[in-house]
Design a protein around this ligand. Structure first.
Ligand code: NDP
Ligand code: GDR
Length: 328
């Protein structure tokens, strides 16, 4: 039997790497797009998918260029597409509003339009975000909670969400939004708070540094494990009908709790090392996010497997090992 072809944008990001592992296990023929610069220096840029490169086909393309995306879609003619690529760092979106908004909104529009032109039957997943709830009107947040984004990034995801829904309604495409809450892993980018904390705890334990500068310790997030969330993405595209789903753990924890736990696992007293630094505060903060994933549980049969404590431990242990391995 011919393998199903799947196109993953953002394949070299955190989620792209876990999703690709899942799709290969399920027997898909996996194609991804990365930026040209990544192919010039794969050792550095493609570290998360180094172990998968022999099993996937990678094309250069960029979210800024419709022709590049169109050409890739035309070459692959995928049956499923997971659109994960984005400028995903909320803080940076305040520093460069224009590029975040242009890249994220246009990029999503280009992907949807190219699929509609070349393979309208292709099932497509869009990586929407809990950041769309922003200053949320209710807690926990579900699929009916109104959006009130608090950053250029959040605004760009609301537009991507609406574009995806509209391609479903206007053109009958099988297009789904995954409203994913924060999900982390040992492959998380170093600028996000969880990885910044787990890596600093490991470095301090190993005597490489002494201090960790952080912003708002009181912000609360619903943190899950990325490996669990990519399963939900895949499940959405296997349903009879396209729909939108909240993917979350249903728990919320503050940055302070994450720090306490991470430093505790490393055998450290966080109060001796953490410095609160206004430089890491955001012009507008999202104070409290907690997702209600009951629709995903009922309709997809999905639930998170890794809990908060295990996630923190996994990240700290992995960073300590990473530093030890480097020393060998
Ligand atoms: P990452 O930041 O790890 O990955 C983002 C990916 O997008 C990278 O592969 C990056 O490539 C690619 N990318 C960025 N800009 C461009 C561009 N101009 N052209 C082509 N590719 C580009 O994010 P995650 O894996 O954590 O998240 C995946 C998606 O899910 C993102 O859209 C994110 O906004 C969204 N999301 C993530 C959540 C989370 O908690 N992780 C929660 C909710 C939504 P490069 O390596 O070249 O930069
Ligand atoms: P977030 O993740 O903005 O929720 O977006 P991030 O880890 O950047 O911030 C979480 C919370 O921690 C607070 N914080 C700090 N954040 C960072 N990065 N660095 C710090 O030093 C620091 N100190 C405190 C922040 O103010 C914030 O409240 C992530 C991304 O993956 C998005 O792409 C995704 O859509 C959402 O999760 C859901």
């Amino acid at each position: 039997m011919k393998k199903r072809k799947v196109f993953v944008t953002g394949i070299d990001g955190q989620d792209g790497s876990y999703l690709t592992e899942l799709l290969l296990k399920k027997g898909y023929d996996v194609y991804g797009m990365v930026r040209r610069v990544a192919l010039e220096d794969p050792e550095h840029h493609l570290w998360r998918i180094k172990h998968l490169l022999k099993d996937v086909t990678i094309y250069p393309a960029s979210l800024e260029s419709y022709p590049s995306i169109f050409n890739v879609v035309e070459k692959i003619k995928p049956q499923e597409c997971y659109h994960l690529a984005a400028q995903s760092f909320v803080s940076y979106s305040f520093e460069d509003e224009f590029s975040t908004i242009n890249t994220n909104i246009n990029g999503t529009h280009y992907v949807l339009s190219a699929l509609k032109e070349k393979v309208p039957q292709c099932r497509v997943y869009f990586a929407a975000s809990s950041e769309m709830f922003g200053n949320a009107k209710e807690t926990p947040q579900n699929e009916f909670t109104p959006f009130h984004p608090r950053s250029p990034y959040g605004i760009s995801k609301v537009a991507g969400f609406d574009l995806t829904r509209n391609y479903r309604e206007a053109y009958g495409m099988f297009a789904c939004n995954g409203i994913c809450f924060n999900h982390e892993s040992p492959r998380r980018g170093f600028e996000f708070v969880t990885r910044k904390i787990s890596y600093a705890a490991a470095e301090i334990k190993m005597g490489l540094t002494k201090k960790l500068h952080l912003g708002n310790l009181e912000a609360k997030r619903d943190w899950g494990f990325a490996g669990d969330y990519v399963e939900a993405m895949w499940m959405m595209l296997q349903q009879d009908k396209p729909d939108d789903y909240v993917i979350a753990t249903g728990e919320t924890h503050s940055v302070r709790e994450f720090v306490e736990l991470a430093f505790g696992f490393a055998g450290l007293d966080w109060k001796k090392h953490v410095v609160v630094d206004k430089a890491f505060y955001r012009p507008a903060e999202v104070h409290l996010l907690m997702g209600d994933y009951s629709k995903a549980r009922k309709k997809l049969g999905w639930k998170p497997k890794v809990g908060f404590r295990d996630l923190v431990r996994m990240m700290v242990d992995s960073d300590i090992k990473r530093i030890k391995d480097r020393r060998k």
